[in-house]
Design a protein around this ligand. Structure first.
Ligand code: NAG
Ligand code: NAG
Ligand code: NAG
Ligand code: NAG
Ligand code: NAG
Ligand code: NAG
Ligand code: NAG
Ligand code: NAG
Length: 610
């Protein structure tokens, strides 16, 4: 049975009359003021800040092997060529080689003609310097507590709870043309006027060692990052040659994590699918579900499996957690793309397990919890379940329940829907070790003006195909939560409801909050010192983490981890103004600074048993 959202307990406002007949009485004011001390000299000032430093990780943690060496060898496809390409060989003419330097050059020339790609002054890997204790001083007390959950004060996280911070290659690496990389669909943002390009971003391609050292200095045990597909396979597809420099880069990144005692959680693709998959369609416009990143290309599944095979063969021994695909709904383009993601994910999951992989594998579900505008209105409830059917159900029905894609999807996107056979559904079922979800916020859902049915029949309808309308304003006029610089609102209670919805609807054995975070309003416009004292972000994390404890202890939901987005401010798909980071990055100097939220995030776990 599906979890239906029940009516929220009615809030009855009892308004006291503004003018009271009786004069105010203070009969109960019995507190006796203390006697004055003799004069000002007896007053002493105390410091509100402390020099309690962040606790770094132990660096000599034992390294577990997650895939046997023999499997890694066996998994490598035969006949794979490993080579290099160089952006400075503009006059190459090895056209007889379909994967040669000339073809590599052509990828850039046809994709970004006349574009001069800027770079940062540093162009080799920078060794980490120790993080000075002066940047690890705890911030002053925040002066608030998310305290309407009195029990949560005493609740603790399970000992093996996964605590981490996240990033993704396309949003932090920069160096887009260096060491063999070819264009990804994200590079399309570089063409649109008014949007910031991804040429430099956080220059993490060369600063990763320092970034890992900083995570370790703050005592964060997991780092969730993604690998850039076009750095590993510049020509993307099955059978194409491997880029040695890409492999070396991520090998060193993973080894650097281990050296600092940080466990790597690796996403195989996070929004930066190779341009190769849309090369002949020529354009990454929005398709009817979401951005078209090439998933619907007929070569996608085989290519993704081949790419994953190479990652497992190279890095499988050292990676405990693999995410196959980031938020498939938002990268699929259309239903065809979703079917490809389902198939690709399942094949990669099976491959990993067949090679004796001992780590965990999942994909990450899209963010945003839909709640009915009026929980007592069945049309709103229906619209809400439909909203969730699209965002979560297309992947989750087959993966978690062994059921076909929801009927609300197949009966609407008729031209691309296919009935998945019982054999296929049996093969898809259970192919995820935990339910990964990025529950940033919540939104109210209700039907279109002309109703769901009329919309579903009309592909020209502005809300087709999911055919639901959304708003952040509740039916009684209040905004859903404290606002930010973008779509996330601070909605901890809805977060808890979301965890319950997932637990009952898809019945996973475990849930991981694989991304959550808050872009503080107008943070980018503030002075550095003010950016660093990012109270709303701390409040967001404290509130959500408290609700995670409530989910675990009061609702009996097995939440196994919480990964904060993001490790640092980064390139938010065409903008540097959406600050989700727990560190500031100066875009001129590339210097990093810890924000207070980073300390508060880590401290919350320390004060709850970890
Ligand atoms: C303040 O009070 C103390 C204790 O009575 C006294 O010793 C001191 O002289 C006073 N200081 C001033 C500035 O009056
Ligand atoms: C690139 O520059 C050439 C020469 O200036 C020009 O002919 C061509 O139209 C430009 N291409 C684009 C896509 O702007
Ligand atoms: C699909 O991907 C292949 C590479 O795997 C590419 O050659 C082809 O052009 C792509 N199709 C379209 C329509 O872009
Ligand atoms: C992509 O297509 C859209 C809509 O057709 C068009 O406005 C845009 O200029 C195209 N972008 C590129 C890079 O070709
Ligand atoms: C299916 O229909 C939608 C809506 O008209 C359209 O955007 C899409 O391109 C169609 N898909 C195919 C494969 O024709
Ligand atoms: C969506 O809701 C808004 C009110 O919040 C309304 O103005 C608009 O017409 C609705 N759109 C559709 C297509 O129903
Ligand atoms: C959608 O709009 C197009 C272009 O205006 C039109 O040709 C087509 O008939 C419309 N389709 C439907 C189902 O109304
Ligand atoms: C970044 O660094 C430059 C050079 O030191 C400085 O002028 C600028 O104010 C800094 N930006 C911020 C936001 O602090």
């Amino acid at each position: 049975m599906r979890f239906e959202i029940g009516p929220v307990a009615a809030i009855v406002a009892v308004c006291a009359p503004l003018v009271s007949a009786a004069p105010p009485v203070h009969a109960d004011h019995v507190v006796k003021p203390r006697a004055h001390k003799p004069n000002r000299s007896s007053y002493s000032f105390s410091s509100m800040t402390s020099t309690r430093y962040a606790t770094p990780l132990p660096t000599s943690s034992p390294v577990t092997t997650y895939m046997p060496a023999a499997s890694m060898k066996a998994i490598m496809p035969s006949g794979v060529k490993t080579t290099t390409w160089n952006k400075n060989e503009a006059s190459a003419s090895d056209w007889d080689n379909p994967y040669g330097q000339a073809e590599w050059n052509r990828r850039w020339a046809t994709f970004m003609p006349n574009v001069s790609i800027s770079t940062f002054s540093v162009t080799t890997t920078v060794q980490a310097t120790p993080v000075p204790s002066s940047s690890l001083v705890m911030p002053p007390p925040a002066g608030f507590s998310y305290s309407d959950a009195p029990n949560a004060k005493d609740y603790t996280f399970p000992k093996d709870f996964i605590v981490g911070v996240a990033s993704s290659a396309g949003q932090i690496e920069g160096a887009i043309q260096d060491e063999g990389r070819t264009p990804s669909v994200l590079d399309y943002f570089n063409f649109n006027a008014g949007q910031a390009p991804d040429y430099i971003t956080d220059w993490n391609y060369y600063f990763y060692k320092q970034d890992i050292a900083r995570i370790a200095a703050m005592g964060v045990p997991y780092y969730s990052f993604s690998i850039s597909w076009t750095r590993i396979l510049p020509f993307a597809g099955a059978g194409t040659p491997v880029n040695k420099e890409g492999i070396d880069h991520y090998n060193d990144l993973i080894n650097t994590c281990l050296e600092y005692g940080v466990k790597p959680m690796v996403t195989i693709v996070h929004a930066d699918e190779p341009y190769e998959f849309v090369m002949d369609g020529g354009n990454v416009t929005r398709s009817y579900l979401s951005t078209n990143s090439g998933a619907a290309n007929g070569t996608f599944v085989d290519s993704f499996v081949y790419y994953s095979r190479i990652l497992f063969a190279e890095f499988g021994d050292r990676v405990p957690i693999w995410i196959t695909i980031n938020e498939p709904y938002y990268e699929s383009g259309n239903l065809e793309g979703m079917y490809n993601f389902l198939e690709a994910h399942t094949q990669v999951y099976d491959l990993y397990k067949s090679m004796g992989g001992k780590g965990m594998v999942s994909y990450k579900n899209a963010d945003n919890f839909g709640v009915p505008l009026d929980p007592n209105n069945q049309e709103d409830v229906k619209a809400t379940n439909r909203y969730q059917d699209y965002l979560l159900g297309i992947m989750s029905n087959p993966t978690w329940l062994g059921k076909d894609v929801p009927e609300s999807v197949t009966s609407t996107c008729t031209n691309e829907s296919r009935a998945l056979s019982p054999e296929t559904l049996a093969r898809y079922k259970g192919k995820s070790d935990f339910y990964a979800v990025d529950p940033y916020t919540a939104t109210f859902v209700f039907p279109p003006d002309d109703g769901i049915d009329a919309c579903a029949k009309d592909p020209n309808h502005s809300l087709w195909p999911n055919c639901v309308n959304t708003t952040s304003i509740s039916s009684n006029g209040w905004e859903i939560g404290f606002y930010s610089n973008s779509y996330p609102y601070l909605t901890p209670k809805y977060f808890r409801a979301f965890m319950n919805y997932i637990w009952d609807t898809y019945q996973p054995q475990a849930i991981m909050v694989s991304e959550f975070g808050f872009p503080v309003f107008a943070e980018a416009e503030a002075e550095l010192a003010s950016q660093l004292n990012d109270l709303p972000r701390s409040l967001y994390y404290e509130a959500f983490l408290t609700e995670i404890l409530n989910c675990i202890h009061e609702d009996g939901i097995n939440i196994i981890g919480a990964i904060g987005w993001s490790m640092l401010d980064n390139w938010e798909f065409g903008s540097f103004d959406e600050h989700y980071g727990m560190q500031v990055v100066n875009q001129t100097t590339q210097e990093r600074y810890f924000k207070r939220s980073f300390f508060d995030f880590v401290d919350f776990f320390h004060s709850h048993g970890l």
